[in-house]
Design a protein around this ligand. Structure first.
Ligand code: NMX
Ligand code: MLT
Length: 471
């Protein structure tokens, strides 16, 4: 039965994406076959031995295969291009961008269950896909949505830990504090203290990761309401999915905003393993720190302006343009002058450039498509569209920027602002909630596959000079 479902899913997908007949593509699509298990944990229990065997075989048969060379530029240049990590959920191609378990964003939009036929992928669908490598059915997604709701109770002391901070503390500081408070209930920590066998580490890691993912929206929504609204908690709605519930708990109920939140969370969930937040989580979890400890550290990396905080910086920068000219309707020349002013003052243009991508981020493109459909006349959306025309040639002219094109953060703010979420200091918290859906699955796999403590080698500057034969 499962086999027939897989074959028909495969042929459906093939007809949708046209003539993708190479063996590699077939294998990729086969990996995303569906199954009938509605319980995600049981699904994982079936998958873990198979993946463990693959890793064991790779180590045994190919442990000495060389994957590339390490240059001085890599060591001094933030390890760009150095293949050093395994990340199951997704991979970023410099030109094409993200693929979630082999699927592009348009593939996900066509194939993964949404809240209604033709709707944006539900974050629960992405979570299922990232963890299992399989396309979930609507039934599986509904079951996972219900499981997440049942795990979403927040202990009172987590709210109190946040309340101990001044309301003026940055939302990301409050968010990390809330996550650290949730750590008190870590199942992994309890199981480790109880002497769990290493072959079962992944099981309490699964519990912690699912609990963490389930609880983040309520913690994040509380922070929003505490800082910007009346501080009253809006309870979870049992009839809503994950993305819609987060919007609802923030105080938004416009169906279009709920749909945008589903898209937002899905596309921000994962961006392979080397980005600062994901890599941090993987590193911090490697000495068997539990998922809460690892994810809190990840959030602290996400809070940097060159990473996740860029979404806040983008809207701040766009607002500064409007303030400077007194209107969003400005000429190309005025915009070019403002961009030069930003660069001449030693700042980056937020929302542009990337450590891996070399073309426009497909996460930018799908947000643009959403905006074209729902808010084509919004003045800030029109300004963002103009910025996309004017920034790339200016960055290219600098001669040093490897990617002059917009990334995911260049677009999200104007959409959130349009739907009434105007407080840009909060934007990185949304990114953080979404990132748990990519990081959680990998932490489970890290433990299932016995990934060891991460400990690369460093060199002193003198040793590096000596290795280069430099005087
Ligand atoms: N504006 C101005 N200068 C830039 C930009 C930009 N948007 N992007 C890169 N550069 C500069 C960069 O600062 C560096 O200058 P210098 O040699 O003087 O230090 C030079 O160009 C070469 O950098 P790259 O190799 O192109 O980029 P790198 O991989 O080091 O950094 C980013 C990638 C994303 C940190 C960088 O492009 C950037 O600072 N962008 C703006 C901030 C941003 O949008 N971050 C969000 C990234 C996505 N996310 O969500 O995490
Ligand atoms: C991300 O989503 O993490 C960002 O695009 C940064 C990255 O991939 O390096």
């Amino acid at each position: 039965m499962a086999f027939f479902r897989s074959v028909s899913a495969l042929s459906r997908l093939r007809s949708r994406v046209g003539q993708q007949s190479s063996l590699a593509n077939s294998v990729r699509w086969l990996q995303t076959q569906s199954s009938s298990n509605t319980d995600l944990f049981s699904e994982m229990k079936e998958l873990v031995p198979e993946y463990q065997e693959r890793v064991k075989k790779l180590k045994k048969d190919h442990g000495n295969v060389e994957l590339g060379k390490i240059t001085v530029d890599m060591v001094l240049g933030g390890m760009r291009g150095m293949t050093a990590l395994v990340w199951l959920g997704s991979a970023v191609d410099p030109d094409e961008g993200i693929r979630f378990r082999g699927m592009t964003i348009p593939d996900c939009q066509k194939t993964l269950p949404g809240a209604f036929p033709g709707g944006e992928p539900l974050p629960e669908s992405i979570l299922w896909l990232l963890l299992t490598g399989k396309i979930p059915s609507k039934e599986q997604v509904d079951s996972l949505a219900s499981e997440l709701r049942s795990r979403a109770t927040i202990p009172d002391y987590a709210y109190k830990a946040i309340d101990a901070l001044p309301v003026s503390a940055h939302p990301m500081t409050q968010f990390t504090t809330g996550v650290m408070a949730l750590q008190v209930e870590s199942e992994f920590q309890k199981a480790y203290e109880g002497g769990i066998h290493k072959s079962r580490y992944w099981e309490p890691t699964y519990e912690d990761s699912l609990n963490l993912i389930a609880r983040l929206p309520a913690i994040a929504a509380y922070i929003y309401r505490r800082i910007y609204k009346d501080g009253k908690i809006i309870p979870l709605d049992d009839s809503l999915d994950y993305g819609a519930n987060y919007a609802h708990m923030l105080g938004f109920d416009d169906p279009e905003m709920l749909e945008f939140m589903r898209l937002y969370i899905s596309i921000h969930s994962d961006h392979e393993g080397g980005n600062v937040s994901s890599h941090t989580a993987h590193l911090v979890a490697s000495p068997l720190s539990d998922p809460y400890l690892a994810f809190a550290a990840a959030l602290n990396g996400l809070a940097g302006p060159l990473h996740g905080l860029a979404n806040q910086e983008v809207l701040r920068w766009i607002r500064s343009i409007v303030k400077e000219f007194g209107t969003p309707h400005i000429s190309t020349e005025q915009l070019a002058d403002y961009i030069h002013k930003t660069l001449n003052s030693g700042q980056v243009v937020p929302g542009y450039g990337h450590g891996v991508l070399r073309k426009t981020d497909p996460r930018y493109t799908c947000q643009r498509e959403f905006a074209l459909k729902h808010l084509p006349n919004d003045p800030l959306f029109q300004l963002v569209s103009k910025i996309k025309e004017v920034v790339p040639p200016i960055l290219t002219e600098l001669g040093k920027v490897k990617n002059p094109w917009p990334n995911v953060d260049a677009h999200s703010g104007v959409l959130l602002n349009y739907y009434g979420l105007t407080e840009e200091n909060y934007y990185t918290v949304l990114f953080g909630v979404a990132r748990s859906i990519g990081v959680g699955p990998q932490l489970i796999w890290d433990r299932a596959l016995g990934m060891p403590l991460e400990r690369p080698k460093s060199v002193t500057l003198e040793k590096l000079e000596k290795l280069c034969g430099a005087s």
